[in-house]
Ligand binder design. Structure first.
Ligand SMILES: Nc1ncnc2c1ncn2[C@@H]1O[C@H](COP(=O)(O)OP(=O)(O)O)[C@@H](O)[C@H]1O
Ligand SMILES: [Mg+2]
Length: 461
C-alpha cells in the first residue's frame, strides 16, 4: 500500500519541513517553501527486507579497486580542474550563469572523449538536436561517435544510457529533467534530487562518467545547491564577467583531485580556448607609473597568478558617507586592510571614497593579496606611483603585522618569468627561503609590518 506524504521543501537549500513556513530556518531565505508530495510505501519498509546475511564486510585490502584510469579531454585546462582527466563512473556537476559556455565546453570535451575512447551521449533538454548540430559545426566537433538526443524524462534517459553504455554522457541541464513519479515541477529541489540520484546510480553501476549542467540561481548558487553538491563527486563552477572574454572554471569539490584548481579559457567563435600564459593576459593592459596600481601574486590551486590590483581613493563629497567598493577582491578583507591602514599606519582615509578592482574579471580571495591592497590604497591616497617592476605579497594581520604566505617561491618564480625583479614579501617567509639559480639576481625584501612595506614602496618611486 502506498501512502501519499506531503512535505514542504526549501527550493534554495533543500531543507524539509512538515508545515509551510515563510522563512527557511536553515538558509534564512523568504518564500522558498514549496509543497512536494511523495508516495511512500507503508508497512514493512524496503530497508527492513535487507537481511543481515547479505551484508558482508570485506577487508579493505581485498576490495577490488578501479585502476586509476582517467579519460583525458586533451583540453589542458579542463583536465587540470578535473584533477587530471575524467574518472569513469563519476558524476560531475558543472554550474554557471546562462550563456557563460557550459554547453560549449562540454560539447568540446565530448568530442575529444569520443575521438579517443568511444561513444559519447549528449542529452539536451534545452536545445533541439539541430541547435546542437549547429554548435558542433561551429566548434568543429563533429564525430560519428557523438550521439545527440533531446529528452527530459529521467527514466527514459537512464534507460537510454544503460542500453547504449557510452563512455560519457552529458545531461544539459539537470533542471530540465523530471521524474514522472513526482508531481512537482521540473527544476524543483525534489525533482533535481530524484533525477540526480537516478543518474548517480547508473553512473556507478555502469562505470560511465556523467556530466550534469546546472544553472545558477539569482543568489549565485546552483539551484538545489546543497542537495546536489553532496551527491556528486565533483562540482565545477564556471565564472567570468559577461563583458570579458575570459572564463574560469573552478573546482569547488573534487573527490578525485585537488580543489582550488582553476582552468582558464578564452571564449572565441570556435569555442573555448585554453589559456596557459594566464598572468601575461591579466597584465597585458597595465599602465605603469599610475598611482594606485600594484601587481600581486595570488595562488589559484597550484598555479600562481599575477594580477594587477587598482585602487582609487578620493575625498567623499561633503556630508556624505564614504563609499567603499571592491570588485574582484574580497570585501571583508578590504575592510580589514582599510582599518589597519587607518589605525596602525595612521593613514587618514576615514573621509575618503575607496574603489578597488582586480583587473581582468578574476576573483582574488586569498589573504596573500592583502598587502597588495594596502599598498594600492596608500599609493592612490598619497598619489605616489609604485615601481612597475615590483610585486607585493603578504597577509595583513590586525596589528599591522605581515604574516607569512604559502608557496612564496612558486609565486616569485612565476613573477620572475614575466620580468618582475623587485619583491616585497613577509619577513617570516625569508627564514626558510632557499635562493637558487632561478631566483638569484632578484631584489627580495622581507618586511614585518604594513608601515615598513609602505615606507619602502612609496619612497622608492
Ligand atoms: N556564433 C557564435 N560566435 C561566437 N561566439 C558564440 C556564438 N554563439 C555563441 N557564442 C558564445 O557562446 C556563449 C554561449 O555558450 P553556451 O555554451 O551556450 O552557454 P551555456 O550553455 O552556459 O548557457 C555565448 O555567450 C557566446 O559568447
Ligand atoms: Mg547551454
Amino acid at each position: 500500500m502506498a501512502k501519499v506524504k506531503v512535505r514542504y521543501v526549501c527550493q534554495e537549500c533543500g531543507h524539509e519541513s512538515l508545515k509551510w513556513m515563510g522563512k527557511c530556518p536553515s538558509c534564512d531565505r523568504w518564500n522558498t517553501f514549496v509543497e512536494e508530495t511523495r508516495h511512500v510505501s507503508t508497512g514493512t519498509s524496503e530497508r527492513s527486507h535487507v537481511s543481515i546475511s547479505t551484508l558482508k564486510p570485506v577487508p579493505v585490502t581485498e576490495v577490488e579497486f578501479l585502476s586509476d584510469e582517467r579519460f583525458l579531454t586533451n583540453i589542458g585546462e579542463f583536465d587540470r580542474v578535473l584533477g587530471g582527466g575524467v574518472v569513469p563512473g563519476s558524476l560531475i556537476l558543472l554550474g554557471g550563469d546562462p550563456g557563460i559556455g557550459k554547453s560549449t565546453i562540454l560539447l568540446q570535451a565530448a568530442y575529444e572523449i569520443c575521438k579517443s575512447y568511444g561513444p559519447v551521449l549528449y542529452i539536451s533538454g534545452e536545445e533541439s538536436i539541430k541547435q546542437v548540430r549547429l554548435r558542433a559545426d561551429r566548434l568543429k566537433s563533429l564525430s560519428e561517435d557523438l550521439f545527440v538526443v533531446t529528452e527530459t524524462n529521467i527514466d527514459a534517459i537512464v534507460e537510454l544510457i544503460e542500453e547504449m553504455s557510452p563512455r560519457m554522457a552529458v545531461i544539459d541541464s539537470i533542471q530540465t529533467t523530471f521524474s514522472a513519479d513526482l508531481p512537482s515541477a521540473p527544476g524543483s529541489v525534489g525533482q533535481i534530487r530524484e533525477c540526480a540520484a537516478k543518474l548517480l546510480d547508473v553512473a556507478k553501476r555502469k562505470g560511465i562518467c556523467i556530466f550534469l549542467v546546472g544553472h545558477v540561481t539569482k543568489t549565485g548558487s546552483i539551484a538545489g545547491p546543497r542537495v546536489l553538491e553532496h551527491m556528486v563527486d565533483t562540482v565545477l563552477y564556471f565564472e567570468g564577467e559577461r563583458h570579458h572574454s575570459y572564463r574560469i572554471i573552478r573546482a569547488v569539490k573534487n573527490r578525485f583531485g585537488s580543489t582550488n584548481e582553476i582552468g582558464l579559457f578564452e571564449m572565441e567563435g570556435t569555442g573555448l580556448r585554453p589559456v596557459d600564459n594566464a598572468s601575461e593576459i591579466f597584465l597585458a593592459e597595465r599602465s605603469s607609473g599610475v598611482p594606485g596600481s600594484v601587481v600581486v601574486a595570488s595562488l589559484e590551486g597550484t598555479r600562481p597568478l599575477l594580477v594587477e590590483v587598482q585602487a582609487l581613493v578620493g575625498k567623499t563629497a561633503f556630508g556624505g558617507t564614504p563609499r567603499r567598493m571592491a570588485t574582484g577582491v574580497d570585501y571583508n578583507r578590504t575592510s580589514i586592510v582599510l582599518a589597519v591602514l587607518e589605525k596602525r599606519v595612521g593613514l587618514n582615509i576615514q573621509n575618503q571614497d575607496v574603489y578597488l578592482n582586480a583587473v581582468g574579471g578574476v576573483k582574488l580571495d586569498e589573504p596573500a593579496v592583502d598587502l597588495g591592497i594596502a599598498v594600492a590604497i596608500a599609493s592612490s591616497f598619497t598619489d605616489k606611483p609604485i615601481d612597475p617592476g615590483s610585486v607585493v605579497i603578504g597577509e595583513v594581520g590586525l596589528s599591522g603585522e605581515i604574516r607569512s604566505v604559502t608557496h612564496l617561491e612558486r609565486r616569485i618564480r612565476e613573477a620572475a618569468k614575466l620580468g618582475f625583479t623587485k619583491f616585497i614579501v613577509p619577513r617570516n617567509n625569508m627564514k626558510k627561503f632557499h635562493y637558487d639559480d632561478g631566483i638569484r639576481g632578484l631584489k627580495i625584501q622581507g618586511v614585518e609590518s604594513v608601515a615598513i612595506a609602505l615606507k619602502i614602496m612609496l619612497s622608492a618611486s
